[in-house]
Design a protein around this ligand. Sequence first.
Ligand code: ADP
Ligand code: MG
Length: 277
Amino acid sequence: PPVPPGPGSAAGPDGDGAVGRLSSLETRDLSAWFGDHKVLERVSLTMAPGEVTALIGPSGCGKSTYLRILNRMHEMVKSAQLAGQVLLDGADIYSPGRRPADIRARVGMVFQRPNPFPAMSIYDNVVSGLKLAGIRANKARRDELVETSLTQAGLWIEVRNRLRAPGGALSGGQQQRLCIARSLAVEPDVLLMDEPCSALDPTSTRRVEETIADLRGRLTIVIVTHNMQQAARVSQSCAFFLATHDTPGRIVEAGPTRQLFEDPQDERTSDYVNGRF
Ligand code: ADP
Ligand code: MG
């Protein structure tokens, strides 16, 4: 059943109620290990409700790990350990008794490589998001969610007449928007995107960026990107992560995107955003 609106809830700009409430996400002193290897050190960051937050930084600085901690995918790795807190609307998602599946239903993830079920129809791919989250919906409700999510993912007009075609028949960019629709079908409060455009051509990249822009204000989005122009275009807030050979990933600087790009407070941020890394 849908979560009743809590304090701080708000409808999206279109007011159609097709997304969850606007949630805040915050980490406090979050550290992470794989066995003895510490990969994140005391990461504190607030991702504001309805905003797009971009995570930037060189490869290996822990961005994907951080993202996977935010929806409890991290713990699927046996050697993974954590310290600190992850607060979704102020409540720790790692509190005893909270179930990972419930968290993943509220915090969706889109990966670098589009991963629809290739033989499954476009329609069923979207509905599979509901099934994975354990949400039951009747046919009319499924139809509605499929149309709404595909519309929000910017794919409805392209696929409305071939919803029974296999997901694998779509182009790479369309497949990625299908994956976004699949995540949106559960009406998540937060959408995590791990380099969602790095396998896409420039036109498809633009389409995904337009989708992100349309979703702004409707749910909380966290996107990892290596594309500085993309970070500047889609995000309102930005966090720069850095690790060295002997120090785990940590945030060097976080703040309004404009500030990181135009008036960085740390020389390393300036070097990174200007491609001098
Ligand atoms: P980024 O996304 O910024 O490139 P990652 O989060 O993927 O960084 O990786 C951060 C560090 O954690 C790297 O040193 C990487 O080798 C290590 N790491 C990532 N995933 C695993 C894993 N499943 N097991 C062990 N080490 C891992
Ligand atoms: Mg990564």
